[in-house]
Design a protein around this ligand. Structure first.
Ligand SMILES: *Cc1c(COP(=O)(O)O)cnc(C)c1O
Length: 405
């Protein structure tokens, strides 16, 4: 087959993602692998099991997507699930009643909701801590957790957690260290290399990258964990659909190329925001004064294309900015080819009460950008216009006497 010779030359995970499954079709010698939508597969005889029997349990298209994700993350294998949340739900099946899960205070809102709800019904215990703060390490160790959850950079403030430090501590106390690597993708960060046991993804974001799939994945560092995760995925019935797996596989072929453009665009935008008078603060690990800058440099191979920033002028400025921007769609989600802007206060983090939002560093003037792969000049011109509109709105707001505001 076409890939026999290719298998002889060493290749990087990037090359393998581009070429995943090429030449796998023995029936028609198609270059690109076919998609297998079939629910079930023929048995040779009663009780004689082949590799595939029923698609919830295993499917060739989903397997190819899983192998590719595992290669990119440097894991021993992966399961592809129906969403990022089901990947997270499956991972937390490794906890029993009474076990303690330590999770970041500023973890993804859906994870926060799942962990809290499970803890409320007695599935396990949960404590939320500031994993970005090195001082939490020793506090955490004394709590004797069974599982440590890491999400770095965090959402939306892009705080950085030292993966190696937490993974080392987890190993010392026999806890499982899970890293949600959705925000960077394996092109920019590979937590297993720093000692994490499991990596979870919302493949909805960078891995698929085209804003047309909701999916997830769990990558395991070793075979025992993989087996347990695969068992729960099948038992709970949360494996990913073959069609979604196909699209995700297709998306991953360009993951590296997309990341390069995301990255270059994001750095130009960080620079523009950093020089704007109406922006009081830019949060991005590339900035030397970002508290996680050195840790990010150590564990990331790129700075990432999520950027958050604070606008002077409060809500009127935010409204004028969002109203004035054209190439950034006001929407949740992230990591797609298209640029997006989100207002965490009213959108992604609206379910947190006000004190909790403020404690997590989310004010009303904070905006989060997911920088896409459009032409950088267009994004820059658009941002300049929107920042100017925000500036005018902010000036107007301050002219109104305080009593009438
Ligand atoms: C989106 C997201 C999830 C949830 O994934 P879904 O695919 O929406 O279920 C989990 N973690 C992070 C960091 C996310 O951004």
């Amino acid at each position: 087959m076409a890939n026999r010779s290719a298998a002889r030359v060493a290749s990087s995970p990037i090359t393998r993602a581009v070429r995943a499954g090429l030449g796998a079709d023995t029936a028609h010698r198609a270059v690109m692998p076919p998609i297998h939508l079939s629910t079930n597969f023929f048995f040779d005889a009663p009780g004689v099991y082949a590799k595939y029997d029923y698609t919830r349990t295993a499917n060739p298209t989903r397997d190819l997507a899983a192998e590719t994700i595992a290669e990119l993350e440097g894991g021993c294998g992966a399961v592809v699930t129906s969403s990022g949340m089901s990947a997270i739900a499956v991972s937390t099946r490794l906890l029993s009643a009474g076990d303690l899960l330590l999770a970041p205070r500023d973890c993804y809102g859906g994870s926060y909701r799942l962990f809290s709800a499970e803890a409320n019904r007695g599935g396990y215990r949960v404590e939320f801590i500031d994993t970005w703060d090195p001082a939490s390490l020793e506090v955490a160790r004394r709590l004797r957790p069974r599982m440590i959850w890491i999400e770095t950079p965090s959402n939306p403030r892009l705080r950085i957690t030292d993966i190696a430090a937490w993974a080392r501590m987890a190993r010392e106390i026999g806890a499982i260290c899970v890293a949600d690597n959705t925000f960077l993708s394996p092109v920019n960060q590979r937590p297993l290399a720093f000692g994490a046991d499991l990596v979870v993804h919302s493949t909805t974001k960078f891995l698929n990258g085209h804003g047309d799939v909701v999916g997830g994945a769990v990558v395991a560092a070793d075979g025992d964990l993989l087996e347990e995760i695969a068992w729960w995925t099948n038992v709970m019935g949360v494996s990913g659909a073959p069609f979604d797996s196909y699209l995700t596989l297709r998306g991953m072929r360009t993951l590296h190329a997309r990341t390069c453009v995301h990255e270059a665009n994001a750095l130009r935008i960080v620079d523009l925001l950093d020089r704007s008078d109406i922006v009081t603060r830019v949060h991005h690990p590339s900035l030397p004064d970002h508290p996680g800058h050195d840790t990010a440099r150590r564990q990331q191979s790129g700075w990432g294309s999520l950027v958050s920033f604070e606008l002077r002028g409060g809500r009127p400025a935010v409204d004028a900015f969002v109203d004035g921007i054209e190439h950034f769609a006001l929407a949740e989600s992230l990591g797609g080819v298209e640029s997006l802007v989100a207002h965490p206060w009213t959108m992604t983090h609206a379910s947190m009460d006000e004190p909790a939002r403020l404690a997590a560093g989310i004010g009303e003037g904070l905006l989060r950008l997911s920088v896409g792969i459009e032409a950088a000049e267009d994004l820059e011109a658009d941002l300049k216009r929107a920042l100017a509109a925000a500036d005018r709105a902010s000036a107007r707001a301050w002219r109104v006497p305080a009593a009438q505001r």
